[in-house]
Design a protein around this ligand. Structure first.
Ligand code: SF4
Length: 346
């Protein structure tokens, strides 16, 4: 059904609720799959929920357990205290380390304060930590491609600070100096743009032709799968909405990938209420996806918001079916009450 401009209240409903655009094309939503929670985030969130249930509040968590506002706020309401540093946790208390991983120095600090720890580091981040250790032991210079200041990078580099050099921006490549060009390897943060990382690798290879690659991909399956789905979806979209927080690396990369793949516009939002009606003006196809730390309930709220404005026709664009799961941290498993089933932030 088409409404005339006169029929709309332009102050309160500037995009109206028509289900076709001005050219008569059906407004639609393309919904990327896979999107949202990855196995590492799922494990980290359940770890905190089970810790709350098993040991009771407060449960301290060092840094945001995952980079998502909604998850952090919900867990805070349930009795989690998020801290920036280990020394903010009272002596002897329980602290959970986030999915992004921590350096050996942080483990050491926790031990010195007699903290009980549960390590919710994603196993795929731990894998990169192990690679750093192995190459450092073999006396390599390690070029870690990643974003300066990101918690994961701090934890990974902290495994062998004397051997790791961070390569973030293109100009960082010029600054890299190595002891032996035949013993250099690149590794990476797990949540980078696949294409941008390969650009950085090409630059590094030009400088160090015998540069070695990681034994297996460091950018994780969830990051690359979500980017691939957006690449397929975005060329058909006038607008791509990415649900995710501003401090979520993999969510921010999805906005960049959408724009590079041909979407006319793309925005990162935490909540449906942040969608501005002006973004929807002149739009026929809206793409929707979400970062790996985003519970699907937030995506459903976006779909409701769009449906109320005429974009009720939703088509899923599936590029992979994920079946990865990780066991909960060992420290927690032994204390678990098998019968308990907390309401999850999902
Ligand atoms: S995005 Fe990848 S590395 Fe990060 S928590 Fe998820 S699965 Fe693990």
């Amino acid at each position: 059904m088409t409404s005339t401009p006169e029929a709309r209240d332009l102050d309160t409903d500037p995009v109206g609720t028509d289900t076709v655009d001005d050219a008569g094309r059906t407004k639609r939503v393309l919904l990327a799959k896979p999107r949202g929670y990855c196995a590492g985030v799922d494990r980290a969130v359940i770890t905190v929920e089970k810790a709350l249930e098993t040991y009771g509040p407060p449960v301290y968590v060092r840094k945001e357990i995952v980079h998502n506002r909604h998850v952090v706020d919900t867990l805070t309401e349930r009795g989690v205290i998020f801290v920036d540093k280990t020394d903010e946790v009272p002596e002897g208390a329980l602290v959970v380390f986030s999915a992004h991983g921590v350096s050996p120095a942080v483990h050491q600090e926790a031990e010195e304060r007699n903290l009980r720890t549960i390590d919710a580091t994603c196993p795929l981040v731990t894998k990169v930590h192990k690679e750093v250790n192995r190459f450092a032991r073999d006396d390599y210079d390690i070029l870690l491609i990643g974003h300066e200041g990101h918690e994961e990078v701090e934890g990974t580099a902290g495994e062998a600070p004397e051997r790791v050099q961070l390569v973030d921006k293109p100009e960082d490549v010029d600054k890299v100096e190595v002891r032996d060009p035949n013993k250099v390897v690149w590794l990476s943060q797990t949540t980078l743009s696949v294409d941008e990382t390969m650009e950085r690798v090409d630059q590094l290879t030009e400088k160090f032709p015998t540069l070695q690659a990681p034994p297996s991909d460091d950018i994780c399956y969830a990051t690359s799968n979500r980017q691939q789905a957006v690449k397929v979806m975005a060329p058909q979209c006038d607008l791509v909405i990415v649900v995710g927080s501003q401090n979520s690396s993999n969510s921010k990369r999805l906005v960049e990938v959408a724009l590079q793949a041909g979407a006319s516009a793309s925005h990162l939002i935490d909540y449906a209420s942040q969608i501005e009606d002006s973004w929807l003006e002149g739009v026929t196809t809206v793409g929707v996806t979400s970062g790996a730390s985003v519970p699907d309930v937030l995506v459903l709220q976006v779909l409701d918001h769009l449906a109320e404005r005429g974009w009720g026709d939703v088509e899923e664009v599936t590029t992979a079916n994920e079946k990865v799961t990780f066991a909960l941290p060992r420290e927690l498993r032994k204390d678990l009450d098998e019968n308990a089933s907390p309401k999850s932030v999902r």
